[in-house]
Design a protein around this ligand. Structure first.
Ligand SMILES: Nc1ncnc2c1ncn2[C@@H]1O[C@H](COP(=O)(O)OP(=O)(O)O)[C@@H](O)[C@H]1O
Ligand SMILES: [Mg+2]
Length: 242
């Protein structure tokens, strides 16, 4: 099987609380952009958190490269190659761009390697290179999101998970963020994102996953999700059929 990551009907919740996810599943193939859509409160962020080890999985499995990740800590999962960018981006606003990149490489024990990777990233993202010594908190939303995405590359991850990367950004900037995701996926960094703007997310993705009430209702090629009349009606703002 060529799946890079497989989530099989998991059940998970916060602490001892109720199950937020129950029957959430998805398949991630290498080198593609995957988009999870669904209404507010569906459990999209919770699903990303469950994959990266922030929640206990009560039932089902998270299988990465054939290995079960259930029960591993977030830092262990990061070391295995899955990097998570939360919705609030988790930048250090009072640190410079370069310092933020350095923080992203904290799991690398080799300082020389880390510095080399920072140089590579700055080389690839001129917008960050020009601002290497600027405090991250003083940059625009798009620049901050670019930094959050670029920072993941320092660990050379297999999968980057992004929670609502387009939040609060102007449409033109959103497209730039999707272009970066596409570039990352073409360079072998598989992308799994959650997107509130379902239409835009799917149009820029290869694979779509529809999550509602903590369960996966459908997953398949993004075009198929976009073309499905039921999904259009319920999740893509389509016209309600009486
Ligand atoms: N830290 C938390 N503790 C308890 N419940 C939470 C927590 N975060 C989210 N939830 C609950 O989990 C459900 C799904 O939330 P979330 O995954 O954030 O949805 P989505 O990202 O799809 O909007 C909601 O009912 C929310 O109240
Ligand atoms: Mg969310």
């Amino acid at each position: 099987m060529s799946d890079l990551l497989q989530v099989t009907n998991i059940t998970a919740g916060y602490g001892d609380g109720p199950a937020i996810l129950d029957g959430a599943r998805l398949t991630v193939e290498p080198g593609k952009v995957h988009c999870i859509i669904g209404p507010n409160g569906a459990g999209k962020s919770t699903l990303l958190k469950a994959i990266c080890g922030m929640l206990t999985i009560r039932k089902g499995d998270v299988i990465f490269k054939g290995e079960r990740l259930n029960g591993l800590r977030p830092d262990q999962i990061l070391r295995k190659g899955i990097c998570f960018v939360p919705q609030e981006r988790a930048l250090f606003p009072k640190m410079t761009v370069r310092e933020n990149l350095r923080m992203g490489g904290y799991v690398l024990n080799d300082a020389k390697l880390r510095d080399r990777r920072i140089d590579e990233i700055l080389e690839r993202f001129p917008v960050l290179r020009e601002r290497a010594d600027q405090h991250a908190g003083t940059m625009s939303g798009g620049q901050q999101q670019t930094l959050a995405m670029a920072r993941t590359l320092i660990v050379k991850p297999d999968i980057v998970m992004l929670d609502e990367p387009s939040l609060g950004l102007a449409p033109k900037i959103v497209q730039e963020m999707f272009d970066i995701m596409k570039m990352m996926s073409q360079e072998g960094v598989t992308v799994l994102l959650v997107e509130q703007n379902a239409m835009m997310g799917l149009k820029n993705s290869d694979w779509g996953v529809v999550l509602d009430l903590g369960r996966t209702l459908f997953e398949g090629p993004a075009e198929a999700v976009l073309a499905d009349p039921r999904i259009q009606e319920l999740y893509l703002g389509g016209r309600k059929v009486a």
